[in-house]
Design a protein around this ligand. Structure first.
Ligand code: SF4
Length: 471
């Protein structure tokens, strides 16, 4: 079940490694670093005369037992942390998915979402194919297995697979002891290559390599196949890429602040967003307060640009997990109180600017405004580091219906009233693009502009409207 939250939900994190030493512990640590990208399940697959996998539900350290990790031998492996955007949340859908074939075993871990998954599945079912899970990733692994049976050539089959799939995918794949990383032709989700002490690796975010005592090498290019070996990595350009469409939300919220995504350090982008927000949405106030942790870097930028003092006015209970797994509204109210406590000495009698990265439903931010008011704030002004979210994501973030958004059918003033703020201001689409520092044509902005980089039934394709019509 997708978890209700006031933030876009993360999708998944993937990792792959080819090494001269056992890899299961390195993969476990990599999954702990990527934990912010998915908290529902975790899994590791390693090759040692065949591929074996361990998987479980929950955070990596809950899902994977220390003795199982230690007993999983092999110098080649992949790993996955999952938040389900396609398919239900249960152990069957946990990844890596492993299948056995006549020519060996295949394991696959996927971050992203395939927009033509249902269509492919329907066609394959008509031909008599059977599926065990409801996950779009199973379609990919079965197509790949079938294609290798025809070509006998893993790289040719990976290219064939990429030409069949539409949507976002950063995948790590093992075909027996050959380890690959592939990225969709638009590079929607991140994927990068790094060097570790004893080999080469690929990960959703480069911060993993720091933890493993290694170093970031470069991003995987859109439409590229990378084969990892202990001593080197090999690149195959498929020629499938016709441009880029990096998800803007990786910089706004999803990726860790210390990760560098497609050449831009996330922390610096968030700071620039805050600075631009201060220019576009100024307000007379006494203190800038971040909503921890998501609004912190944006708030630092806002404070720097506006000259208004930055202060931590909300303390976070670090033992409450990042997402609220509370289905009922009343229970979620308690979650916010459990998670955040105001520092009255910072807030009382002050005109407060609360800064956060985004508003999805508006329910949580409304409660936080109330908490700050009850702590004695004279005024509460809310500033948001992304433009209003108006449309679903079809590429791996769990925002599926227009009805859920605070911005649906409301003006910004009306959203401000709904969340009981004295004023509300969002960064503009243009401001966000400038802060990220990639050209508009190299970004996916679909959930903001309602124009997508890939044709989705019932939606417009990007660049149909001028940029200033979104403000
Ligand atoms: S629609 Fe939004 S969240 Fe989804 S990939 Fe595009 S920018 Fe990212």
């Amino acid at each position: 079940m997708p978890v209700e939250s006031d933030h876009p939900q993360e999708e998944c994190g993937v990792f792959a490694i080819a090494s001269l030493s056992n890899v299961s512990i390195d993969i476990f640590y990599a999954l702990r670093v990527l934990q912010h990208r998915g908290q529902e399940s975790a899994g590791i697959a390693a090759y040692s005369s065949g591929i074996k996998a361990i998987k479980g539900m929950g955070l990596a350290h809950q899902a994977l037992k220390p003795e199982d990790i230690k007993n999983l031998k092999g110098e080649f492996g992949i790993g996955h942390v999952r938040y389900s955007t396609h398919g239900t949340s249960n152990l069957d859908n946990a990844q890596p998915i492993v299948v056995s074939t006549n020519f060996g075993d295949i394991a696959l871990a996927h971050n992203g979402e395939l927009v033509n998954a249902d269509k492919i599945m329907e066609e394959l079912k008509k031909k008599g194919w059977a599926f065990i899970t409801s996950s779009d990733s199973e379609i990919a692994v079965r197509l790949l297995a079938n294609d290798i049976a025809n070509t006998g050539d893993p790289i040719r089959s990976l290219r064939n697979l990429m030409s069949m799939l539409q949507g976002s995918y950063s995948m790590t794949i093992m075909i027996d002891n050959r380890v690959f990383a592939i990225r969709d032709p638009l590079g929607i989700r991140p994927l990068c290559i790094g060097k570790t002490k004893f080999g080469y690796a690929a990960a959703s975010e480069g911060v993993v390599f720091d933890t493993l005592g290694g170093e970031f090498v470069r991003d995987v290019e859109p439409g590229e196949i990378v084969e990892l070996l202990p001593s080197e990595f090999k690149s195959v350009k498929t020629g499938l890429s016709k441009g880029r469409a990096h998800c803007m939300f990786e910089w706004v919220y999803i990726a860790r602040a210390d990760s560098c995504i497609d050449g831009r350090l996330v922390y610096e982008v968030r700071r620039r967003i805050g600075q631009r927000l201060a220019q576009e949405q100024p307000v007379d106030a006494d203190v800038v307060v971040p909503i921890p942790d998501s609004g912190r870097s944006h708030a630092i930028g806002y404070s720097e640009e506006s000259g208004i003092r930055y202060s931590e006015g909300l303390m976070k209970n670090r033992y409450v997990e990042r997402t609220f797994i509370m289905p009922e509204q009343s229970e979620r109210t308690t979650s916010v109180m459990l998670k955040l406590n105001p520092l009255k000495s910072v807030i009382k009698d002050q005109r407060v600017i609360l800064v956060d990265d985004s508003i999805v439903r508006g329910t949580t931010i409304r409660q936080i405004v109330q908490i700050v008011r009850n702590a004695g704030a004279k005024e509460v002004h809310v500033r948001i580091g992304s433009p209003p979210i108006r449309a679903p994501c079809y590429f791996g973030i769990d925002m599926k219906t227009r009805e859920q958004f605070a911005a649906t059918g409301r003006t910004i003033e009306q959203i401000g009233k709904m969340i009981t703020a004295d004023s509300l201001g969002y960064i503009s689409v243009e401001g966000l693009i400038d802060a990220i520092g990639h050209a508009q044509g190299d970004l996916c902005l679909g959930c903001l502009t309602e124009e997508y980089p890939i044709q989705v039934p019932g939606e417009k394709v990007r660049f149909q409207k001028k940029l200033d019509s979104y403000v």
